[in-house]
Design a protein around this ligand. Structure first.
Ligand SMILES: CC(C)(COP(=O)(O)OP(=O)(O)OC[C@H]1O[C@@H](n2cnc3c(N)ncnc32)[C@H](O)[C@@H]1OP(=O)(O)O)[C@@H](O)C(=O)NCCC(=O)NCCS
Length: 211
């Protein structure tokens, strides 16, 4: 059971990360998909994607949920039928979910890759990061900022939200493992707590909306 990590954020919110190491056949054990999800599954060409999708259902089982407890809206955002909040992510062989009884939540796992240096200008005022000691540190920092923005996008769920123009992630130090962020969109402002962790060249960022 490669449940990799669980984190209790507070009494209402927690997350779980899976490291996919099983065969696809093994991952099918004790899993039943809804027709909607089975249909999606059948269309997945990559084995990695199919395994990630199944592993998410094992993470759900850890919270006492089955696939039919999950519904997707027209934007692809997942919701739990019981009204609890959920967010889902997969990146290569890592997958994660965050669940909360009270808070709007978002999660993102990203592999740390130099490629992010080339696209940084599209999602953040890159100049802020040039003071860092080396390229590896810049890649780490940009991956956290990118993951933060993806996790916030998943909470906000509005098409048209620009990572560069509408989401502002406050600068942070690596050792604090958290920061804050703000979305200003269509004249509305909302505030978020952002937390992150790094493992095996991956970054996981998760966020909650301040009420
Ligand atoms: C939808 C999106 C957030 C998914 O993120 P990703 O890093 O590609 O992939 P992840 O594996 O982390 O997340 C996928 C999961 O997000 C969830 N998701 C999909 N659409 C969503 C939405 N509109 N809102 C919230 N969650 C969503 C789903 O649960 C999905 O997994 P599942 O369908 O298997 O359950 C992303 O593709 C996206 O559209 N981002 C915004 C694009 C953008 O503005 N980019 C700026 C470029 S500068």
């Amino acid at each position: 059971m490669p449940l990799y990590k669980t984190i209790t954020v507070n009494d209402e919110t927690s997350l779980a990360i899976w490291k996919v190491e099983e065969t696809e056949e093994k991952l099918w054990e004790r899993i039943e998909l809804t027709p909607h999800c089975q249909n999606r599954f059948n269309g997945m060409k990559s084995e990695l994607h199919r395994k990630a999708f199944l592993s998410i259902r094992h993470l759900l089982a850890g919270y006492g949920y089955v696939d039919s407890d999950l519904v997707y809206d027209e934007n692809g955002k997942p919701h739990l039928r019981d009204g609890n909040f959920i967010s889902i992510t997969h990146s290569h062989n890592f997958t994660g979910i965050i669940i909360s009884t009270t808070e709007h939540v978002g999660i993102d796992i990203e592999m740390q890759r130099d490629k992010i240096l080339r696209i940084a200008h599209k999602f953040t005022p890159f100049e802020e990061y040039k003071t860092l000691a080396n390229t590896a540190a810049i890649v780490r920092k940009l991956t956290i900022v990118w993951g933060a923005k993806e996790s916030l996008y998943k909470i906000y769920g509005h098409r048209g939200l620009s990572f560069l123009h509408h989401i502002d992630v406050q600068d942070f130090r690596f050792d604090t493992k958290n920061t804050t962020a703000q979305i200003i969109f269509n004249g509305n402002m909302s505030n978020y707590k952002v937390r992150f962790l790094e493992f095996e060249d991956f970054t996981c960022v998760y966020s909650t909306r301040d009420n």
